[in-house]
Write a protein that binds this ligand. Sequence first.
Ligand SMILES: [Fe+2]
Length: 130
Amino acid sequence: MGNKNLLCNICGSYAQFSQALEFTGVTCCSQQMQELEAILEFNEKHTPQVSVKGSRVTVRVGAVDHPMEEDHSIMYIELVQSDKAQRIYLNLQCHPVASFILDTLMPFEVYAFCNIHGLYKTSAEVPPRR
Ligand SMILES: [Fe+2]
């Protein structure tokens, strides 16, 4: 499960590749892109906050909303469940919030990518129905 997330330390471009593919290195700006490791430690402005209602998952980035400014913003929010990834790109007019629909009741992971502070991850499960 999951993908490799890559970042160019020169221009800030990012890319993602399936871990199922043979990974031999990707270059940007004539240098090899850096592989991003997801940060699991709680961070007030970056850790994805997940709420689940039925099959709908709403993700808010940060217990306090992350800034959405030209030089510092959340670029995307992604939900990964089993071998399927759903990614929503945000623009500066957006709040750092996204909604997804789950296909199954399996556990899932949510990622949020800040252009300055990196990739944050939260794991979650679908709560049992009452
Ligand atoms: Fe940030």
